[in-house]
Design a protein around this ligand. Sequence first.
Ligand SMILES: O=P(O)(O)OC[C@H]1O[C@@H](O)[C@@H](O)[C@@H](O)[C@@H]1O
Length: 789
Amino acid sequence: MSSTKDRLDVGSKVTLPQDVDIRGHVTIGTGTVVHPKAAILALSGPITIGASCIIEENVTIINRSPSPLVIGSHNLFEVGSHIEARSIGDHNTFEVKSRVSSQVAIGSFTTISAGCAATAAGTRGYTQEELGDLLGDDDEEAEAGLKVGARAMKRTPSGATETILEEGEEGEAGEGGGEAVTAPSAAPVVTLPDYTVFTGSVGVWSGQGRLQEEALHAKHLDYLRQAMSPLASQLPSWSKLDQLSKSNKVVLRDAFAKDSKRFDTYSRHFQGDRNKDISVLLDFSKNLIDEEIWATLLSLAKEAKVEEQRDAMFNGEQVNASEGRSVLHVALRDLDDDFKGKDKVEGVDEVIPELKHIRDFSEAVRNGQWTGYTGKPIKSIVNIGIGGSDLGPAMVCEALKPYAKRDLDAHFVSNIDGTHMAEALRVCDPESTVFIVASKTFTTQETITNATTARDWFLEHAKDKKHVAKHFVALSTNVKAATEFGIAKENMFKFWDWVGGRYSLWSAIGLSIAIVIGYERFEEMLRGANEMDRHYASTPLDQNIPVILGLINLYYNNFLGAQTHAILPYDQYMHRFADYFQQGDMESNGKFITKSGERVQYQTGPIIWGQAGTNGQHAFYQLIHQGTKLIPCDFLAPIETQNPIRGGEHHRILLSNYFAQPEALAFGKTEEQVREETTSKEDLDNSFLIKSKVFDGNKPTNSILFQKLTPGTLGALIAMYEHKIATEGFIWGINSFDQFGVELGKVLAKKILPLLSADAAKVDAEKHDGSTSGLIKHYLANANKKTSS
Ligand SMILES: O=P(O)(O)OC[C@H]1O[C@@H](O)[C@@H](O)[C@@H](O)[C@@H]1O
C-alpha cells in the first residue's frame, strides 16, 4: 500500500524504541518520546510530527492521503488512540482509545476524550468496511468504534460551525447534544476550533490551567525520557560490538606492522585554550581496536545519547534522579560563567562568594594573621573527613606538594580507628593547629567521632570553649548540625546538595588545598578542570578525550571480560591518584540498577586500582605481563619533572620505564625471540625456561603524557577522569551520582555497636546470623584480656 519510500528523519533527544512500526516518510521533531508498539504509518503522503510530543503504546498515526499530515508540537497521544487527522496543531491531548478521522483538522489545545471519535461523517453511521478503513482493521475494535463514534457524532458541532470556520471566523462553543453532522463521507474537512473539549458533549475550554498543563506535559516528558532509556545491550551497536569482539581479533603486533599511521589515527592532543601550559597527549593506539570496532564504539555513544545526557548535566537538570538532584560540580569551576544553564539551580550564585570566603581564610592562615588562642600563628592543619571529604584534598595536597607552604603541616585523619587521630595529635600543638571538619552531611560517624575527639583534646589544653572558634572550622551542606557541634557561623564554609561527595574537592571541601598551596593555585586548578569541562562539553565524540577513555574501557569491560582497570602514574606526587579514582569510579559506577529501575544484563563499573610507577613494576606487573587476566592500564607521566635532580637523570630513567612498559605489554616476546637471545645450549634445551620467558603481548594500554604536574594540569586530569566515568555511566544507563550501596553496612554497624558493650545473651537476642553472632561473642569473650607484649 505504501507509495512513499521509507525514510526517517529524527531530531535530537528523540526517544524511539526499536519496536515502533514506522513506514513511509516520517519526520519526528526534537524531544518527542515514542513508546514501544506505537505505529506511525505514512502510507501515502509523509507524516511530520513536531517537538516534545508523547506518543504512547499502541497509538496509531496514519496518513493515507498523498498530502502531508503535519502534526504540531507538545501533543499527547494516549494509549491506543488512532489518529488519521487532516492536520493537528499544538498542545492537544488525544486520550486513551480516542479516534480522529482523516476529515477532521484539529486546532490547538483540544482534548479528544477517552473513547470518543472525532469524525466528519454523518449520523448515518458507518458500514463495517468504512469503519475498518477509518478506525483500524480489528473487527471487535471497529464494533466498539461504531458505538462510540455514533454517540460522539450526535454531539459534534453542527455543519454550521464548519462553514463559519471556513469563512475565517472564530469557532464557537458547540452546545451539548447539538445538531448532528450530516456530511457524507466525502464531506469537506471539519476544523475543530482551538480549546475544544470533545467529551461527547462539545465545549470550549476557558484556557485556564493551560500553564499547569504545559508544565505537567514537560514533567511527563522528562519522566518518560528517563524511564524509557533502553538498556545499553538493546542498542544496535551493542550487538554489533558483541559480534565484532568475537570476529575481529586485533593483534597489536600485526596492526602496527600493517598501519604506519596507527599512532596518528589513535592519538589526540588536548591543550588548554586559556591556560596553554596544560598539554595532555592521549595515545590509545595500543588498544585492541580496529577501524570498525572504534566506529561502532562511537555509534554506541550516539545511540546511548551520551551527548544529550552530558548536556543535561551541564544544564543543571536533575540527572541524579534517585536523589532528585542536579549534578553540578562543573559549576564550582566555571569561574568565567561558560555554562549558563546552571544558573537556574539554587545555590549556584553562592559559588563565587564562597570562594572569596575560602580565599580570605586560607590567606589569613598562611600569612599568620589567623592566630591560635594564645596568639601563635598556625603551624598545622588537620582535615577530618572521610571518603569524598578526605580522598580528594589528600590526593591533591600530595600531587601539588611542590607548591605547598612547607612550614605548614597538613594531616588528613579519616579512619575511625583511634590510631589515625592519635598519631596526628601526637605531632600537633593545640595552640597552633586548626581542625577542618569536612563532612557534606555532617552526620558521618567516623568524622563526627574524630572531630569530637579532636575537640576534647583541644579543650583539655585550651580549657575554655570560646577558643574553639579559633581552631575549628566546618565544611558542610548541613549548617544546622555544624552549628550544633559548636562551629562559629563565620567558620562555616558551605556547599550544596548538587555537589556529590566524590566530586567535592572543588568546593569548600578543598579548603585544606587552598591553605596548603595558596588560593591562587587552588583557583588555577579549578580553571584547569574547567578547560577539560569545556572540551568535554563541546568536542565531537571521536575527538573527545574523556569519551574516548570511557569507550575504550567499556569495550574491555563489556566485551572482552576485563574486570579491573589499573591507573599507573609515573609521578611520585600522584601516588594517591589511583586511590582517589577508586572512589571516583567504583562509587559512581558500581551499580546494577538502571535509571528505569531495571537490572542491568551486563557488567558496569570496573575495579580500579594502581600505584605510582616504578614501584608497581616490582610488585604486581608480573601478573599484568604473564598472568591469565586481561588488565587494561592507563600509564600517566609528566614530560617535565618538578625535581630534575642529577641533571634530570632520574626522570629520564623513570620515563624510559614509562615508555617501555606499554611497549612490552603490547608486543611481548615470542618463543622465537627468546631462543634467538639465548646463547647457552643448556638453557635452549630447557623448554620450561624458554616458555617462562615468553610474553604473549597484546595487553592493552593508554598512554597519557602531560607537560608538567601543575595545578592547572592536575585539575584537567581529574576532570578528564570524572567525565570518563560519567560517559560510561550514561551508556550503561545507571545513575553515577548516588551511592546507596554504602548505606546498609552503616546501618548494621549502628545496630551492632551497643552489643560490643553487652553480653552474649543480648547478642543471641538480637538474632544476627550465626557467623556474625559467633564473631561478636568471640570478641566479647576476649575483649578484656590484656596481651602483655
Ligand atoms: O562528607 P560526608 O557526608 O561525611 O560523607 C563522606 C563519604 O561517605 C560515604 O559513605 C560516601 O557516601 C561518600 O560518597 C562520602 O564522600
